[in-house]
Design a protein. Structure first.
Length: 440
């Protein structure tokens, strides 16, 4: 019964993308796992040429370590290569939609690359969340999609594989469930299964998640109608917010926002500038957004190519930042006057125009400088302190005090302690022991 239900969901997923005739879908943990599976297959097949798009997610860039001759191209270079007529054998990989800027890239590239003898891998994790995909339109050899990003649940992704794909039969590794017959004796004899999902789904499938995917798809379609409707809905909200943000000006007519995203996408990617033209750190913006009940993402967004392109960082700038200690998950957001990442807002099926208005009000209230501080002081009475608080424990409520000693690092006792979560204490430990550990 479980096997039958998995087969039913597999067909349902293929029908959602109109791929039931020419494709099979392999269930994997996430998009990165799907991409790694393709990388392993290509390495085992001995492919020596790899073309990766400049705005690719880190996971696509990682394939460069497995294929000997790899090239990093922007859109203009890809177009020039495709129109050159130079044939060969290799892999072209690119995102259908940039996870950083929301920029969309041509579906036709896949068809053109195949005419030159190249296999193709499309990262559709971002695109599929708000845009319909039709695999009947001469699709790629491989396509990775995240069901988690599409539906919010379950934690599952899919690798779409053309049934006629010959690369997958050159995969060297095999696991439980992927062989039709195995004789593990002095001489190893292996007979492989033939369909893509039988060949590539190693071990026990995540059957609970796969069965939950059936519910997720039905619930999504009942609530939102179709991916095409979601696409129209999201792009209209994002377009409204994009237009308003681009119009914001400080009192000196300097632009408030540097926008990097495509106006036609469902994504807003930007940095905020002060009236003097310097950048506001995106980490502080994220903290303010959090207490304002606005959920956003900040940082390099796992897309170094886009960071370099949109934040105007040269290769030397990136090397210098790395040498200065910059890492992907640290708190540094501005180096040498330039941002090293951005702020991203992603609108989805459940987003509303009120969400966009809340974002716009947040930016206007906190970051649009309507007059200089000197003008404000000249128009007001002498300021006085009405209440003084210190925050001894970081991120906890403050303590009101009548006075506080000012040190070179701020008020005395302010943010000098923190609570550290040590994990779950085993139930078998005595309460006295627990108290002793937490007191320490």
């Amino acid at each position: 019964m479980t096997t039958q239900r998995i087969d039913d969901v597999r067909l349902q997923v293929l029908q959602l993308f109109h791929g039931e005739s020419d494709y099979d879908v392999v269930f994997v943990q996430n998009t990165t796992a799907a991409i790694k599976l393709v990388a392993d297959v290509c390495a085992d097949a001995g492919l020596t040429n790899y073309i990766c798009h400049q705005e690719a997610h880190t996971s696509l860039v990682g394939i460069r370590n497995l294929i000997r001759d790899s090239v990093y191209m922007d859109s203009m270079n890809v177009e020039e290569w495709l129109n050159s007529g130079i044939s060969g054998e290799g892999l072209l990989a690119y995102p259908l939609q940039s996870n950083f800027s929301g920029a969309k890239f041509p579906w036709a590239w896949s068809r053109q690359a195949k005419q030159l003898g190249y296999h193709t891998l499309l990262d559709a994790a971002g695109f599929a969340t708000t845009s319909p995909i039709d695999l009947r339109q001469d699709g790629p050899d491989f396509m990775a999609v995240s069901f988690l990003k599409m539906f919010g649940y379950p934690d599952l992704a899919g690798l779409f594989v053309r049934k006629e794909n010959t690369l997958i039969h050159k995969r060297r590794f095999f696991g439980g469930g992927t062989v039709a017959f195995l004789m593990n004796s002095k001489n190893l004899h292996v007979q492989r299964k033939t369909t893509p999902h039988d060949l590539l789904e190693d071990g026990t499938p995540p059957f609970h998640a796969i069965i939950a995917l059936d519910k997720a798809i039905k619930h999504h379609m009942q609530n939102f109608g179709s991916i095409a409707k979601i696409s129209s809905h999201c792009s209209s909200i994002a377009s409204f917010a994009h237009q308003k943000l681009s119009s914001y000006r400080h009192s000196n007519e300097e632009a408030v926002v540097d926008l990097y995203s495509d106006p036609k996408s469902s994504v807003l990617t930007f940095n905020i500038k002060k009236c003097d033209g310097t950048y506001q750190g995106y980490n502080e913006i994220a903290k303010l957004a959090d207490i304002s009940s606005i959920q956003l993402r900040t940082g390099g967004l796992c897309n170094s190519g886009c960071v370099m392109k949109h934040c105007q960082l040269s290769e030397q700038d990136m090397f210098n930042n790395m040498a200065a200690g910059k890492s992907c998950d640290d708190e540094t957001d501005i180096m040498n006057g330039k941002p090293v990442g951005a702020i991203r807002i992603s609108f989805g099926a459940v987003s509303t125009i009120e969400d966009a208005i809340a974002l716009l009000k947040f930016v206007e209230d906190f970051f649009v400088e309507k007059s200089s501080s000197q003008e404000e002081l000249s128009c007001s009475t002498v300021p006085k302190i009405e209440q003084l608080s210190i925050f001894p424990i970081k991120s906890c409520a403050g303590v009101h005090v009548p006075s506080a000693k000012l040190t070179p690092y701020g008020f005395q006792w302010d943010r000098e302690w923190c609570l550290v979560h040590l994990g779950i204490v085993p139930l078998s430990l005595s309460s006295a022991y627990q108290e002793e550990q937490f007191c320490d």
